[in-house]
Design a binder for this molecule. Structure first.
Ligand code: COA
Length: 307
């Protein structure tokens, strides 16, 4: 990829003009398969296809397929996404991904609508978005619930609320309720609670009715976060779940307002999360809490269904 540096620079400029919150483009990793395409005007575009298989019983398999073919496009300032996706399809023709538990994935700036057209034409769907909210004064939300930090003693409540979200999201997004889901979640949450991770419970009459499971993530040069977010400390809102019978009564709003306040107190410049556009609750809820899409995760399952 001789002109890779030029493409990276042009792609960074494209990102900046699309959305001021996008970080600069980076050179794709060297351990994937390089594809290139020539456009009608003579320009060339490139991309790297990375093929990963995630271990059984890993947390990642609760929201991802076992086998993932990810395209990292380097299209610079061109409208070359369609040509690159055609090459991606051709690459799959020679590798025949026949596993049903597989996907083709591309992360791309949400505001790049020209590229969105190409993704749709090739059978990819906007299965989730990475949405951000900068630290801004928020209207005071009157508190009617007890909100407190979860401890290892709360594992059962935290697990049930987390599984309720997993189940709901499995109907409207990429989440998969695998047979080992409970055991995998239990192990991960026990570890997070033991490490005093920023996890909060909202209680009504002493009963846990909602969960906000969060983390602090640093976007520094060389980190994965830096390829997605502006520099700085960020609050990551991993899972918010309100008990099924209690949804739509203002509990989520109260808990999230509290979590924002605490994450900012810990130094977060902003907060981010993933939600599924087909989720009729979260797709309304998160924009109401001040979030907006930065990256869209385009996906097609199984991988062989890429057009
Ligand atoms: C998404 C969720 C956390 C929101 O919490 P909630 O307590 O139900 O939401 P609230 O009652 O605080 O509602 C806040 C806003 O969201 C929107 N909203 C909530 N429920 C809604 C519904 N049933 N239909 C449309 N909008 C709704 C409303 O706009 C509301 O704002 P408003 O009252 O000012 O109009 C909760 O519904 C939930 O756990 N859903 C299932 C799991 C899930 O999807 N988690 C998020 C994954 S990213």
């Amino acid at each position: 990829m001789t002109s890779a540096r030029g493409l990276v620079a042009a792609q960074s400029a494209r990102f900046t003009s699309l959305d001021p919150l996008l970080p600069s483009a980076v050179e794709p990793p060297t351990d994937g398969h390089v594809i290139t395409a020539a456009l009608a005007d003579g320009a060339r575009v490139a991309g790297v296809i990375s093929h990963k298989t995630y271990e059984e019983h890993s947390t990642i398999r609760l929201w991802s397929t076992a086998h993932v073919w990810e395209l990292l496009p380097l299209v610079g300032s061109s409208q070359g996404m369609d040509a690159l996706l055609t090459r991606f399809r051709r690459h799959l023709d020679t590798h025949q991904p026949d596993d049903e538990d597989s996907a083709c994935v591309v992360h791309w700036p949400s505001r790049d609508t020209r590229a969105a057209r190409a993704f749709l034409d090739h059978g990819l769907v906007p299965l989730s978005v990475l949405a951000v909210r900068l630290r801004t004064p928020q209207p005071r939300v009157p508190r009617t619930l007890t909100i407190r930090r979860a401890t290892p003693h709360d594992l059962d409540s935290v697990l049930e609320l987390s599984l309720a979200e997993l189940e709901y999201s499995s109907f409207v997004g990429g989440t998969i309720v695998r047979p080992e889901a409970r055991a995998v979640k239990q192990r991960a949450l026990a570890e997070r609670l033991a490490n005093a991770s920023p996890i909060w419970l909202a209680e009504r009459d002493g009963i846990a009715v909602a969960l906000a499971e969060c983390a602090i993530v640093s976007s520094e040069p060389g980190t994965m976060a830096a390829t997605r977010l502006p520099r700085g400390r960020w609050g990551y809102v991993n899972c918010v779940s309100v008990l099924p019978g209690a949804r739509g009564t203002g509990i989520g709003q109260q808990l999230v307002a509290y979590a924002h306040q605490e994450l900012h107190r810990m130094g977060a410049v902003g907060t981010y999360l993933y939600y599924n556009p087909p989720n009729p609750l979260s797709s309304v809820f998160w924009p109401r809490q001040g979030y907006r899409p930065l990256w869209t995760v385009w996906e097609v399952r199984p991988a062989a269904a890429l057009r």
